[in-house]
Design a protein around this ligand. Structure first.
Ligand SMILES: [Zn+2]
Length: 221
């Protein structure tokens, strides 16, 4: 805990003073650029990755960057999504999976989560991901390639779940919202965005931000 408390002191004496005007301005409200949905994994830092300031990202995090389908779960996910879209009017939602995801690893290795009933129940919202991997990726025997495929497919499955939320469906219907599927490879700093025309994830570097990752008409999975 000492590191955390020392960090607060450093923040107050350094960063806060330097950005005091920004923090004071935020009292007036927030107009985040996007809703960013990602994993709870400590190796992922959405604001560092996107170089965004306080007030710019509305963030939803849980194990496995999962979005339960609307009505499937009495959790905070639906409320967070509804508030971001209907009240804050975010124009973009990113679901960002990541390399070496423990939750996706658990999905592939069920005995690993046998004694974790809460995790097991939570991962039931990724059951389609598991089925897609089991039935369509039998040729992938390399564990690391299999995990990468699981992370990618799960982002697509959760994007489909996202569309079942009424606020999202309505905003998509009036073309005021874009959905993006990303995978962050933290060991290299690369981010891959789902590109519907190719049906695959492509590196985002050097590509127009609207082109490869905006998913308007995601084909059925
Ligand atoms: Zn993870």
């Amino acid at each position: 805990m000492q590191k955390l408390v020392e960090g607060i002191h450093q923040f107050q004496n350094g960063i806060f003073s330097a950005k005091q005007r920004l923090f004071e301005k935020l009292v007036e409200g927030q107009q985040p650029l996007a809703l960013f949905i990602t994993c709870s994994d400590s190796r992922i830092d959405p604001s560092l990755l996107t170089q965004t300031e306080p007030g710019e990202l509305f963030i939803l995090r849980n194990a496995g960057n999962i979005v339960p389908s609307y009505g499937a779960c009495q959790g905070g996910e639906a409320a967070t999504i509804e508030y971001a879209v209907s009240v804050l009017g975010v124009k973009d939602i990113v679901i960002c999976g990541h390399s070496h995801c423990g939750a996706m690893g658990g999905l592939l290795d069920q005995p690993q989560i046998e004694k974790l009933p809460a995790v097991r129940a939570w991962l039931s919202h990724a059951e389609s991901t598991q089925r897609i991997i089991d039935e369509n990726y039998g040729h992938l025997s390399d564990p690391s390639a299999r995990l990468t495929a699981t992370v990618e497919e799960n982002v697509l499955v959760q994007l489909e779940h996202l569309r079942t939320h009424p606020s999202v469906a309505a905003a998509l219907g009036r073309k005021s919202l874009n959905l993006h599927g990303w995978v962050y490879k933290f060991e290299t700093g690369q981010v891959f965005g789902y590109h519907p025309p190719d049906g695959q994830f492509v590196a985002l570097e050097g590509i127009s931000f609207t082109a490869p990752s905006a998913i308007r008409d995601l084909p059925p999975i």
